[in-house]
Ligand binder design. Structure first.
Ligand code: 5GP
Ligand code: MG
Length: 193
């Protein structure tokens, strides 16, 4: 049986309010960085956002529209939950990273911080390029499940150790378009891969 949504954890309104706050906070911090560098916020190519596909696409799409800063976007794809799986099999880069991040102010965007493997990997590889600053933002944080040391600079919501879907997060490729953060019915949830 395909897992059904059991209940909502974070509503559309809660998400929208928090995304607006975070967009402003990140934009303020980036503008401060640019001013410290002696750059105008309108100087081109200084701020690069790196959303981690596919889960971060909806969060990133909403967040950038709340960030009044001149920015460009370089996607990266990381796979960690192949198929019908609810636990990470270890993060792997599944696409090339943007390779021109030296001297840039980089913000890595992900949907959720869980074991930490995805963000630890992506930020480590970006750091090797020598960005001017490197920050990370996640909509959701499950502190309970961290297996590598990693903390995000900006967190939307702390959530308990439950498998969630919606707002970009999937189960076996589905439910990314569900507009709220929801929990699946555990009775129908397979834990295999
Ligand atoms: P980490 O590498 O920190 O364990 O996990 C990060 C990735 O695993 C996220 O980008 C997300 O794609 C996936 N993930 C972690 N927890 C959940 C969850 O509760 N639901 C879904 N759908 N994906 C998750
Ligand atoms: Mg992901």
């Amino acid at each position: 049986m395909f897992p059904e949504i059991a209940r909502t954890l974070v509503t559309k309104e809660q998400i929208a309010g928090r995304v607006r706050e975070m967009g402003q906070a990140v934009a303020d911090d980036l503008r401060a960085d640019l001013a410290r560098d002696g750059h105008s916020e309108l100087d081109e190519g200084r701020v690069v956002l790196v959303p981690i596909m596919t889960g971060a696409m909806i969060f990133a799409a909403d967040l950038i529209r709340e960030m009044p800063v001149k920015l460009s976007i370089g996607l990266v794809t990381v796979s960690s939950y192949p198929g019908q799986s609810v636990s990470s099999k270890g993060a792997k880069l599944a696409s090339a990273l943007p390779d021109d991040l030296a001297g840039k102010h980089v913000l890595v965007i992900d949907d959720i911080l869980d074991s930490g493997q995805t963000l630890e990997l992506v930020t480590r590889v970006i750091a090797e390029q020598g960005p001017a600053s490197l920050r990370s933002i996640v909509l959701l944080n499950k502190t309970a499940r961290r297996s590598v040391e990693f903390e995000a600079d900006y967190v939307g919501f702390e959530i308990p150790d439950e498998f969630v879907v919606g707002y970009g997060l999937d189960y076996d490729g589905y439910y990314r378009n569900h507009p709220e953060i929801a929990v699946l019915d555990p009775a129908s949830l397979g834990v295999g891969g």
